[in-house]
Design a protein around this ligand. Sequence first.
Ligand code: FAD
Ligand code: DHB
Length: 392
Amino acid sequence: MRTTVGIIGGGPAGLLLARLLHRAGIDCVVLESRSREYVEHRQRAGMLEQGTVDALHEAGAGERLDAEGLVHHGIELRFDRERHRVDFPSLTGGRTVTIYAQTEIVKDLVALQLAEGPPLLFGAEALAVEKPESASPVVRFRHEGRERTLTCDWVAGCDGFHGISRDVLPAGAGRSYARSYPYAWLGVLAEVAPSCEELIYARSERGFALHSMRSPSVSRLYLQVPEGTDVRDWPDDRIWDELAARFAVDGDWTLQRGPVTAKSVTPMRAFVHEPMRHGRLLLAGDAAHIVPPTGAKGLNLAVSDVRVLARGLEELHRTGDSRILDHYSELCLRRVWQAVRFSDDMTRMLHTRADEDAFDHRTQLARLRRITGSRDAAAELAANYTGLPLPL
Ligand code: FAD
Ligand code: DHB
């Protein structure tokens, strides 16, 4: 097989890139190792910056997002049994965020792709990228029990944190930066109306908790748990009791309980590989960088990388100008590091650690009080949360 852009990975990054390239008249093939059923039901992100919503519109995937996405104008910070609201529009000149599940984005993009092309192969596992420095790199992959090759002009490595694209880079071609956190998130999906209108980020002595949602009848909740936690140690009643304890406030507020339909534990880490390009292999999204989930930046970063990558390929295709592709890595990495910094700040401010002392607790609370007590500090959080300016 031959194509202009070989895309490894059919997560949000790979699928969105394929749509944007298709609209620009550039042919591509997407290789996804898992099944359609699997990628459409993998529970993950839910909070979209305006730039992400705009990119999905640009890709022709805005219809259901507009109809079903929940536009949010702020978040609540909870600590010391108090409630504090951060209002986005008044702090950012009108910005908002949209709650729409990653599962639904993937379903919308897959449906478009299967209806309009270009090819999207499920069960197609990339094994290696050969000759990334040459003008015709080759992706070797396994599909329907056979080994095959895809010869490309460019390869987009959109295969997530555990993919193979990053491993193709020769040792010495760049550097990675990593941080792991000594806790994880237990995420649950529950068939119950959310107990709040906006997301709640709660810091309590018992640890962090987050109340999010997927629709007016489905809640998404997260609990900080020790790293290595086994979900089997968390029966539903224990989860609800712990959530209720961490969200407890002085005054009236009740956490509504309901049937839990999914549970999983996610480790928390930050990782960045620099540069994001080697020859004609370009990394995008989680393949190049991950952030701890506090602040919801991962999917949004994947989308901002893909916008730059699609513009770069489009510019080259239309005018022969390769400047965006030549600077792809620098263009993306500035914003990536801002998101890493923000996610790290939010994570440290809201989680508790076994090795903390009273001094750490006091400075954590002082940070939260600064945000809730100063318009400038709140505006800084709001600007980061709703999304810093895009690279292009
Ligand atoms: P992925 O979604 O990982 O997609 C990569 C794809 O490549 C997968 O489909 C995989 O099957 C495929 N693949 C892997 N290896 C191969 C191979 N060898 N050959 C072919 N295909 C391969 N982000 C936000 O912005 N907002 C949030 O609210 C948010 N919440 C989160 C909550 C949780 C609990 C978690 C875990 C993450 C959250 N994130 C959030 C992060 C977000 O989900 C990721 O950043 C996002 O999925 C990245 O998209 P991607 O396409 O780069 O990678
Ligand atoms: C969600 C996840 C996050 O990490 C976050 O900060 C906000 C929302 C979510 O899955 O809805």
